[in-house]
Design a protein around this ligand. Structure first.
Ligand SMILES: Cc1cc2nc3c(=O)[nH]c(=O)nc-3n(C[C@H](O)[C@H](O)[C@H](O)COP(=O)(O)O)c2cc1C
Length: 460
């Protein structure tokens, strides 16, 4: 199917995000289920697969976040170990990609390469690694090395980590696993040998897992600084982005795709996927009313103060949530007031100025401002309206798809799959059946060439 201009319709990429942490999840609703039982993960994954989603996505937090010495009360249960969950899901799904957010700062490349390629084997080529770097020293308190690495050095380590991981994945060629029972030859000699010496790592030995079904499992990235954008543009197959408003999303899209071209890559081989949520209703009014209710439930007065503390970087508990925005300026040089929370507002004074202008123009209170700022990226309306909006966003190059979460765990995604997915399929923007056998195939991504194929002389 093609667009009115004759260009082929872009296929919408969909990931299913299971929150479990953050103010988005309304864990207190009577119909909310467990945030940690296997049945919760299984239900969401099976639903995503029923809707022909590309992948199931888990974020990661290696430390419970805290504010003023108290564990952040939006971190409902922490997060179970990602590989354990995804490996279990590999057994109950057939086509769905399994995307693991795993930190490059606090893990070693050998371990990372082994875990991800193992998931790729267990799932028959469905593993993805979302490379995050962690943005503050707080996470490091849980690890032997404490804070470990300055923020500016984290992408340097991440880049070298990927280099080593890829060389480990390339240490086996597909044909290295011989398994010739009659000749008594299991693998070619030399298979799995590797050596790397660089500023971050000096490692060498034998890698114990044969070549991945995908060659290289899919690489995702989440991070928005200029350094993060370059890292993503140079190294990743897809980006999990926070930009849900069309204008900022499109600007980001153009920026990182241009950076990818600058690294000599085909920009189409870097997929941009903002996080998004949805609220559906039988009529526009019903949907808007429900969305308003969801947002009010998500952002209580206390939550509003906490969310804005991320921008102001100071205690705002004395400010009335139903009153105006704080009249103090953000604390720029103070240590982080909320430890362990991703900061997406790099320029705090500019953000504060923007929020003040918006609050004044619209007559918003502190809480309403937080609602507007932190519950965005949401598609609201009848299923037809939401399908149209999602599709237009992608066809107009705001993104290549979305990573979709629901405020209701675990059954929230059902509504989307039952009511919106068929409309996207009717438009020809979403597959009705999986087309490939691996995640890479389904995403339309090429298999990276294996480094050193010609250079490594191997004898059987
Ligand atoms: C949309 C988005 C999602 C993120 N998810 C996670 C996560 O699940 N776990 C994590 O440790 N860091 C996460 N991060 C933090 C990033 O890994 C990164 O460390 C941080 O954004 C700092 O990099 P930057 O300055 O390039 O943005 C996320 C960041 C963004 C923008």
């Amino acid at each position: 199917m093609s667009t009115p201009t004759g260009t082929p319709r872009k296929q919408i990429i969909l990931g299913a995000y299971l929150g479990g942490v953050n103010h988005h999840t309304l864990w207190h609703l009577p119909e909310s289920g467990s945030q940690i039982d296997f049945s919760t993960f299984e239900h969401t994954a099976r639903t995503a697969e029923r809707g022909r989603f590309d992948f199931f996505f888990l974020a990661e937090g290696l430390a419970l976040r805290e504010r003023d010495g108290q564990v952040f009360d939006q971190d409902i249960v922490g997060r179970p170990d990602t590989f354990t969950v995804l490996a279990s899901l590999a057994a109950v799904t057939e086509h769905l990609g399994l995307a693991a957010t795993i930190n490059a700062t606090f893990n070693e490349p050998y371990e990372l390469a082994r875990q991800i390629v193992s998931l790729d084997h267990l799932s028959g080529g469905r593993a993805a690694w979302n490379v995050v770097t962690s943005f503050d020293a707080f996470t490091g308190a849980n690890f032997r090395r404490g804070g470990f690495l300055d923020r500016s050095q984290r992408y340097e380590r991440a880049a070298e980590t990927i280099e080593v991981v890829r060389s480990l994945w390339d240490s086996w060629a597909a044909e290295d696993l011989v398994i010739d029972k009659e000749a008594g030859v299991f693998s070619r000699s030399g298979a799995g040998s590797f050596a790397h010496a660089g500023p971050q790592f000096d490692v060498g030995g034998w890698f114990g897992v044969p070549r991945a079904p995908q060659g290289h499992p899919v690489i995702l990235q989440a991070g928005v600084s200029p350094q993060g954008r370059d890292f993503a543009a140079a190294n990743s197959d897809a980006i999990f982005s926070p930009y849900g408003r069309f204008d900022e999303a499109r600007a980001y899209y153009q920026d990182v795709k241009a950076r990818a071209a600058g690294f000599g890559r085909d920009p189409d081989h870097l997929k941009i996927l903002p996080s998004a949520s949805f609220v559906l209703g039988a009529t526009e009014k019903e949907a808007q009313d429900k969305a308003r209710w969801v947002r009010e439930e998500q952002v209580t007065g206390r939550t509003a103060q906490i969310l804005l503390e991320q921008i102001w970087n100071r205690d705002l508990s004395a400010y009335d949530p139903d009153g105006p925005l704080p009249d103090v300026e953000p604390a720029l040089d103070a240590p982080s007031f909320i430890a362990g929370r991703a900061l997406t507002h790099a320029d705090r004074p500019a953000t504060v100025a923007r929020l003040r202008a918006q609050a004044e123009a619209n007559g918003w209170s502190l809480r309403q401002t937080a609602v507007e700022e932190f519950t965005r990226g949401s598609f609201v309306g009848t299923p037809t309206r939401v399908a149209d909006a999602l599709d237009d966003f992608v066809q107009d190059d705001g993104s290549d798809g979305f990573v979709i979460g629901s405020y209701l765990v675990p059954t929230g995604l059902d509504e989307f799959v039952d009511d919106v997915v068929p409309l996207l399929q009717e438009r020809g923007s979403l597959r009705t059946e999986y087309t490939g056998t691996t995640l890479r195939d389904n995403l339309g991504l090429p298999t990276p060439a294996r480094a050193g194929d010609a250079a490594v002389a191997r004898a059987v």
